[in-house]
Ligand binder design. Sequence first.
Ligand code: HEC
Length: 115
Amino acid sequence: MILLLLAACGAPSPVPPPTTSTPAVACGELPDVSWDAWGNGFFRTYCTACHSSANVAQRGGAPIGVDFDTRAAVEARASDVRRVVLEQGTMPVGGGVFPDDLLLLEVFLSCGLSD
Ligand code: HEC
């Protein structure tokens, strides 16, 4: 998935097309998408207007407890984030995530939460 996305988007360092014998790209060779470098900013930009533990009154209908304002909270729902943003495209409400950020979210969910 990462290989396909990087190749499709013409990333600065071209990645050869995946074959069954191509090993996965090591996380260290991908952009730095740690929580501090990227994740925190992504979720503040796109999600915490509705999904923040600091916000119980004006959540735009987001379920109480489904929050993305801390690394731990995102980590606990990483598979939900992948599903609603990358697979279903139902979040954020109204869409509007820049294509580059969708690519980086894929990298973040695969690599950024493991450091
Ligand atoms: C404008 C408000 C708003 C924003 C911004 C928003 N959401 Fe939501 N979110 C909702 C509402 C309303 C629901 C409940 C209705 C639903 O599930 O569609 C919800 C539900 C969810 C759920 C639980 C539903 C499920 O299928 O698991 C997840 C996970 C989620 N949002 C993730 C995100 C992520 C990740 C972002 C940022 C990329 C985001 N949301 C941005 C309003 C928002």
